[in-house]
Structures are given as C-alpha cells and as structure tokens.
Design a protein around this ligand. Structure first.
Ligand SMILES: CC(C)(COP(=O)(O)OP(=O)(O)OC[C@H]1O[C@@H](n2cnc3c(N)ncnc32)[C@H](O)[C@@H]1OP(=O)(O)O)[C@@H](O)C(=O)NCCC(=O)NCCS
Length: 176
C-alpha cells in the first residue's frame, strides 16, 4: 500500500499567527477542554501528562494567536509510529488544521526514517475515519467489540478499526 498525502490548509481570515509547538504541561488544561468537547470518552489529565513525559512519544500542539486549538500524540516504535490521540477544537475543525498536524508528524517521522503510521479508531467515529481516509490511511483490520460504548444507559461494545498509511520516503508536495 502506498499513498501520496495531499495536504491543504484552507485560507482563513482569522489566522494571523499560527505555530506548532511541542506539547507541554502548560497547554494541558486547554487540551483537556478540547478533548472533553470532542469525545464521549476523553483522555484524562493523567494520560496527557504521562504521554508528554514519555520520551518515546512525539507530542505537538497547534496554536492560533496564542490559543491552543489542536494536539497530536504519537508513540514511536522502531519502524512505525502509532497515533494515540489527535484533536482539533470544534470551532476550528474542517479548516485543514488536522491535516497540517498530521503532515507535521509525517515530516518528523521521515527525519527518523519511520515509514508507517498506525492508529486505532472507534468504528462509530465516522468523521475521524473519513478524515484518515482522506489522508490516505487504509483499513488494516478490525478488533471486534474492542471498546466499551455507553448508549441510552446501556453498556455495549464497539469495534476498533486499525488503519495504517505508508509514509513516502521522499518529501512530496507537503505544505505546512
Ligand atoms: C478528526 C479531526 C482531528 C479532523 O481535524 P480537522 O482539522 O477538522 O480536519 P481537516 O480540516 O484537516 O479535514 C480534512 C478532510 O478530512 C475529512 N473530514 C474531516 N472532518 C470530517 C467530518 N466531520 N466529516 C466528514 N469528513 C471529515 C474531510 O474530507 C476533510 O476535507 P474537506 O474539509 O475538504 O471535506 C477532528 O475532526 C477532530 O478533532 N475530531 C474529534 C476528535 C477525534 O475524533 N479524534 C480522532 C480519534 S481516533
């Protein structure tokens, strides 16, 4: 499987100063707030703290005019990286920021000669699956009934979809 990754960031009038930063503890309250808006199963402060303390992880955040609007956490192995979490502030979704964060990760992985990204997503998270497919990820396998799902006061199970993408070794048309 090989996929070219098309990156675009949409022009936006409110963007004056944007930057990627290494995620650190100062941003965690903002990240937690985004996470809680975005997910019925948000990561805890402890999960974010241990992630940024783990030297095997790459942890980034996006800032627009000094406000944290997105984050990405990836765990590195020898030849692969796993995306553990990615989130964009709901007010800034569908503006290309998620794509740009992913593109930033890809550039960092390429420098480390890491050629594949893996991730797992809930089968019900259709928008994230669409997002990953748009980036060129493909479904690799399904973990049946992997997640617990709370629905109408009932606890059910939900499949996990494992997706992956090969990172082209040569830099292509990536734009940040
Ligand atoms: C998934 C997520 C990170 C995408 O970030 P984003 O900045 O909104 O994504 P982009 O603007 O870069 O979107 C790129 C493309 O992905 C697809 N996409 C993104 N969000 C989508 C949605 N809600 N529905 C359908 N397609 C979507 C579209 O094809 C989009 O291109 P288009 O806007 O030209 O149609 C963001 O929606 C998010 O934070 N979701 C909640 C957290 C989450 O589910 N994380 C993943 C856990 S595995």
């Amino acid at each position: 499987m090989s996929s070219a990754i098309t990156i675009k960031t949409k022009p936006t009038t409110r963007r004056t100063s944007i930057s990627f930063n290494k995620l650190n503890s100062v941003e965690i309250p903002s990240v937690l707030s985004i996470e809680e808006h975005n997910s019925d199963y948000p990561w805890s402060q402890h999960q974010f703290t241990t992630s940024i303390e783990n030297s095997n992880n790459l942890c980034y955040c996006w800032s627009v005019n000094g406000k944290t609007i997105g984050y990405l956490i990836a765990m590195l192995a020898k030849d692969t990286a796993d995306i553990l979490n990615i989130g964009i502030d709901p007010d800034f979704q569908r503006e290309g920021y998620g794509t740009a964060l992913l593109n930033h990760l890809i550039k960092e992985l390429r420098k480390r000669h890491i050629g594949e990204i893996l991730l797992e997503v809930r089968a019900g998270n259709k928008s994230a699956i669409q997002f990953y497919k748009k980036q060129g990820f493909e479904e690799k396998s399904i973990r049946k009934n992997y997640y617990i799902k709370n629905s109408n006061n009932q606890t059910k199970r939900e499949d996990g979809i494992i997706m992956s993408i090969r990172i082209p070794l040569k830099e292509s048309k990536d734009v940040l």
